[in-house]
Design a protein around this ligand. Structure first.
Ligand SMILES: [Zn+2]
Length: 228
């Protein structure tokens, strides 16, 4: 295994999930282990977690770049990027892009973003969509602000052996830390292997999946092929 951000090849693991969240999510021991790897396993050299390593891979593939993500941002310094909430460990390298905008909730709401149509080459978010009330509307906004040829790349926690479900009507469940419990971290959607579907429903016509240590690291990306 090789870190897509720095090229590092050694990794450390730490436990992230807590029993209360596991019970609400109704995930089994195998699922708990790979979600822990997704969130809490990191490159020893640069500290990037597995979901961010998968995400960086999906972005570089779109631009046919073979190298590390650190080199990628040096190669494309003027890429117009919209980062919606800090994209976990990619926020640091993304901040080196001269035209990157960091849009943070609640100042910017994904359902209605204050940006012109086709403004960005790249829209990135990481583990944000599961906290959005209407994810299809939010993905439509991502599509609207992307130029033709631009890329949407994101992660959500995915339980690969089940389908997505809404938590509507279920007990409130929060990510973050066991004690956080603020509505920013309230979970609206628990994603399963049909997580590509909302992207298509939002008007993209194809979806790509990039992985790192599957099923721990899964990144979803979609490209606008035309403006229509
Ligand atoms: Zn690394």
């Amino acid at each position: 295994m090789r870190c897509s951000v720095c090229g590092g090849t050694s990794f450390s693991h730490s436990q992230v999930l807590w029993d209360g969240l596991v019970a609400e999510w109704e995930i089994n021991d195998v699922e708990r282990k790979y979600i822990d790897r997704q969130q809490g396993s990191r490159c020893n050299a640069c500290g990037t977690n597995f979901r961010s390593i998968a995400l960086a891979g999906s972005i570089m593939e779109h631009w046919s770049f073979r190298g590390t993500f650190r080199d990628f941002v040096r190669e494309f310094p003027h890429l117009k990027a919209l980062e919606i909430n800090e994209a976990s460990d990619l926020t640091r390298p993304l901040s080196d892009l001269s035209d990157r905008i960091l849009a943070e909730y609640p100042a910017v709401d994904m359902h209605e973003m204050p940006y012109a149509d086709q403004k960005f080459d790249l829209v990135v978010h990481s583990d944000t969509l599961e906290h959005v009330k209407n994810p299809v509307a939010a993905l439509k906004e991502c599509r609207r602000v992307l130029r033709p040829g631009g890329l949407l790349a994101f992660t959500v926690p995915v339980i690969v052996d089940r389908m997505s479900r809404t938590r509507e009507g279920l007990a409130k469940s929060y990510h973050g830390f066991p004690t956080t419990g603020t509505d920013d971290y309230l979970v609206y959607t628990e994603y399963g292997s049909d997580m590509w579907r909302q992207v298509i429903e939002a008007g993209f016509d194809s979806v790509k999946i990039n992985t790192f240590d599957f099923p721990a690291g899964i990144a979803i990306s979609a490209c606008i092929h035309n403006a229509g």
